[in-house]
Design a protein around this ligand. Sequence first.
Ligand SMILES: [Cu+2]
Length: 160
Amino acid sequence: MPRNLPTLKECLLTAGLTLTAFAAFANDTTVGMLTVAKPWARATPTNAPVAGGFMTITNKGAQPDRLTGGAFDIAGSVEIHEMAMTNGVMTMRALQAGLEIKPGASVELKPGSFHIMFMGLKRQLKQGETVKGTLTFEKAGTVPVEVSVEGMGAQQAPMH
Ligand SMILES: [Cu+2]
């Protein structure tokens, strides 16, 4: 997927590291049977074109739901991505059909796995701030979220 390569590179930068400590979160959102817990994003270097967003989504309902996208002032668009090891290489792809949340299940969006990707980032994300926006679900509809921006981490990949 040559078209995705620049994005993949940025994705690895922003989503490839693991935070070991979290601030206390008070910004869980529940709409209907869905709870979006601890949404956070990683702070970005200057002029980064994308940023990764992470959270845990729980479906307490009897019907499956599906995360299909979102809208944030900080980004031109929001995509749902998955990172996975393929033949020993970390690859990323956009989930065109969205991410299913099965009834009674929790899905964790985390570095190295599922995440939302803020595309066409309009400004730098700084540690300590909160960015507001909405996530879009097939059944639950529009869910407002407040995303905490956490540190880039001490092991950040070198800039290029
Ligand atoms: Cu991504």
